[in-house]
Design a protein around this ligand. Structure first.
Ligand code: NAD
Ligand code: UDP
Length: 316
């Protein structure tokens, strides 16, 4: 392996912090760039003494001049609560941020990977979702700042590839969970676990019949690294997710099973606008091109995530 200088934007976030750790373990030099909007220095505290690791607080909406061999572009709030807090900035992060990182990749001749999302499929009428499906997104709804921002970022990646011959990789990530999620992240897995550990009501939005397919973070990282290091002519987009699909009510029941002493009750709250009814990745392309498929079952991943939140909440 040749040692590379690798930029991870959003490296202090949930997924980014795992990625930085993994790239360091592989012997690379890692530059973690993060505005700390939803990320935290706690996620990378153990990496700071490593001489191969650097942290830079920077917002990718502004240009960045550094020298790198590879870029993983993960910077963007991912939880609906956080991406809707300042929606204009969310769109700028995806669009201006992509332009800045693509410009950097062009100047340095770096290969660049975009952390795209299953949200590009919106509230899908095709199930499961293959990469060939163009999606159904409400352009003017409260989720559009995220969904349309990510869609436009994909467009920019492919135009830089066609126009400037950039080496790009576009990864469509489906709902991912695991240690290093923030206790106030607002996404469903962290909400339910934190609520159950604190004996608070478990907040199911709508009737809980909507579905998601949950992937453990280690599986995602394996897919992400395989994609980044795949032959140059494979650009994606490629789905990386776990096809095991659950209703949100089933998820709540599973979390309670794993935390048997919890006094939490299930309560029902209004379904947020434009909340997708169903979501499941078609992963045939990832299997064929990357030889990848997820290994971690929901129960196994939840056990590890519950342990993480137990430790984190106890330390507060
Ligand atoms: P996260 O919120 O934990 O991490 C995002 C990181 O980006 C945070 O550290 C945040 O501070 C940083 N950030 C946000 N805006 C920034 C900006 N303008 N400049 C610099 N840094 C900025 O979320 P995550 O789950 O780790 O998501 C990482 C990436 O993966 C995101 O791009 C997200 O859209 C994508 N993704 C995640 C999931 C998932 O289920 N976790 C699913 C699909 C896509
Ligand atoms: N959800 C819920 N209770 C919560 C948080 C989320 O019922 O406390 C639901 C949400 O309405 C959605 C699903 O869980 O149907 C997944 O939500 P999340 O925000 O994790 O991800 P996304 O909607 O972006 O897939």
């Amino acid at each position: 392996m040749t040692k590379k200088k690798i930029l991870v934007t959003g490296g202090a976030g949930f997924i980014g912090s795992h990625l930085c750790r993994r790239l360091l373990a592989e012997g690379h030099d890692v530059l973690c760039v993060d505005s700390l909007f939803t990320g935290s220095k706690d996620n990378i505290a153990d990496l700071l003494p490593n001489k191969n690791f650097e942290f830079l607080r920077h917002d990718i909406v502004e240009p960045l001049v550094v020298e790198v061999d590879q870029i993983y572009n993960l910077a963007c709030p991912a939880s609906p609560v956080h991406y809707q807090y300042n929606p204009v900035h969310t769109t700028k992060t995806s669009v201006n941020g992509a332009i800045n990182m693509l410009g950097l990749a062009r100047r340095t001749k770096a290969r660049i990977l975009q952390a795209s999302t299953s949200e590009v499929y919106g509230d899908p009428e095709i199930h499961p979702q293959p990469e060939t499906y163009w999606g159904r997104v409400n352009t003017v709804g409260p989720r559009a700042c995220y969904d349309e921002g990510k869609r436009c970022a994909e467009t920019l990646f492919f135009d830089y590839h066609r126009q400037h011959k950039l080496e790009i990789k576009v990864l469509r990530i489906f709902n991912t969970y695991g240690p290093n999620m923030h206790p106030n992240d607002g996404r469903v897995v962290s909400n339910f676990i934190v609520q159950a550990l604190q004996n608070k009501d478990i907040t199911i939005y709508g009737d809980g019949s909507q579905t998601r397919s949950f992937q453990y973070v280690d599986d995602l990282l394996e897919g992400m690294l395989r994609l980044m290091n795949s032959p140059a002519d494979f650009t994606g987009p490629v789905n990386i997710g776990n096809p095991d699909e659950f209703t949100i009510k089933q998820l709540a029941e599973k979390v309670l099973e794993l935390i048997p002493g919890s006094k939490s009750k299930l309560i029902y709250k209004p379904l947020p606008q434009d909340d997708p009814r169903q979501r499941q990745p078609d992963i045939r392309l990832a299997k064929e091109k990357l030889g990848w498929e997820p290994k971690v079952k929901l129960n196994e991943g939840l056990v590890k995530t519950v342990e993480y939140f137990r430790r984190t909440l106890a330390a507060k």
